[in-house]
Design a protein around this ligand. Structure first.
Ligand SMILES: [Zn+2]
Length: 155
């Protein structure tokens, strides 16, 4: 036990930043959501094991979402396409809170944004390619929690 305590700060001191994040999964902040929804987000991100974590995930009302997009000079299409975007230099994921449509919706699109971060690319194709693997892992999380429910229910 003592050895472990000693080893952790030692390892943190020599590990590059990316590895520190892999160890400490809670380094990012989630803003603008209830504690319950934040827990869901953290569970989903943990299940996806993204190569690169965001620094922050911000849920904002629609008008603020559009404003943020404008500040970051992003083109946000007015149609159905836009629910979230990632500002790569600050690794910030903005979510249009008014578009929130349940956990599955959230996981699906978070995978896309994490894809942008993993590839460090603004290209939708690159993001989707990385998102495929993340969505598979999410699917596994859903399957295992469904199984747990069945077990609890049959007791
Ligand atoms: Zn995208």
């Amino acid at each position: 036990m003592k050895l472990t305590i000693w080893l952790v700060p030692f390892f943190l001191a020599i590990a590059p930043a990316a590895q520190i994040q892999a160890i400490n999964n809670d380094v990012y902040t989630v803003q603008g959501v209830t504690a319950e929804r934040e827990a869901v987000i953290r569970r989903q991100i943990q299940a996806m094991q993204p190569r690169v974590l965001p620094y922050r995930i911000r849920f904002v009302p629609h008008w603020q979402y559009l404003y943020a997009a404008k500040v970051y000079q992003l083109h946000v299409p007015t149609g159905m396409g836009s629910k979230m975007f990632t500002h790569l230099p600050t690794r910030s994921v903005f979510v249009d809170a008014d578009r929130y449509d349940g956990q599955e919706w959230l996981g699906h699109w978070l995978a896309h944004e994490l894809g942008h971060l993993a590839t460090n690319s603004a290209s939708e194709e690159d993001a989707e390619r990385a998102a495929l693997e993340y969505r598979k892992r999410l699917q596994k999380l859903r399957t295992s929690s469904a199984e747990r429910k069945t077990l609890v229910g049959s007791r």
